[in-house]
Design a binder for this molecule. Structure first.
Ligand SMILES: [Zn+2]
Length: 199
């Protein structure tokens, strides 16, 4: 006597024996089933977008930022309370697998295996432009503060009153500096490349 499974005998309306063959194969072809099929191992299949340009170790091809893959997503640890996720995907041009994971400390992704990150170099011309603008803004602010102190607020009590303002200005300046550093970092990261392979 053949073994019988008493479960899962419902045939859904779109079940097509020619296309799906068996009920099992039908279920495995279901998108959500497919995405969640390794959930017991903590793996979910997601759409992963390449965060920067890389070189595949397998076929040595260049893979551009923004190329999308079906990737297995898995939690591999924590950085303080932030989960660290690892993504595993097959190169669309060869059989090589690429593994990347989040790097919460640096708000970045790192390559674990299977690829090399294409080095992005700092565009000095654009950088200088930013520095100049930022520098001018700062100078104007300092000049304004000095102007106010030297003219119209010359007496001691006025100067005293102005002191908190000065420290505010200093705070604002250091905040700008932080903003600038952040902007620089983002620009560096997302600037279209004019670079060559660094091997
Ligand atoms: Zn490849």
């Amino acid at each position: 006597m053949g073994e019988r499974k008493g479960v899962n005998k419902y045939y859904p309306p779109d079940f097509n024996p020619e296309k799906h063959g068996s009920l099992n194969r039908y279920h495995n072809s279901h998108p959500l089933r497919e995405r969640a099929r390794k959930l017991s191992q903590g793996i979910l299949v997601i759409r992963f977008e390449m965060p920067y340009n890389i070189w595949c170790d397998g076929c040595k091809n260049h893979i551009g930022m923004g190329v999308r893959y079906n990737a297995e997503k898995k939690k591999v640890g924590n950085y303080y309370t932030t989960p660290i996720y690892r993504f595993r995907m097959k190169c669309h041009l060869c059989v090589n697998y690429i593994e990347m994971q989040t790097d919460p400390a640096n708000c970045d992704y790192v390559i674990v295996s299977g690829a090399q990150r294409k080095e992005e170099r700092w565009d000095m011309a654009a950088n200088e432009q930013v520095l100049t603008t930022e520098h001018e803004k700062k100078q104007r602010l300092e000049a304004d503060a000095m102007f106010r102190l030297e003219h119209g607020e010359a007496d001691r009590s006025a100067l005293k009153k102005a002191l908190p303002t000065l420290s505010h200005i200093q705070e604002a300046q250091s905040a700008w500096k932080d903003d600038f550093a952040l902007n620089s970092m983002l620009r560096r990261r997302f600037r279209p490349t004019r670079t060559s392979r660094n091997s």
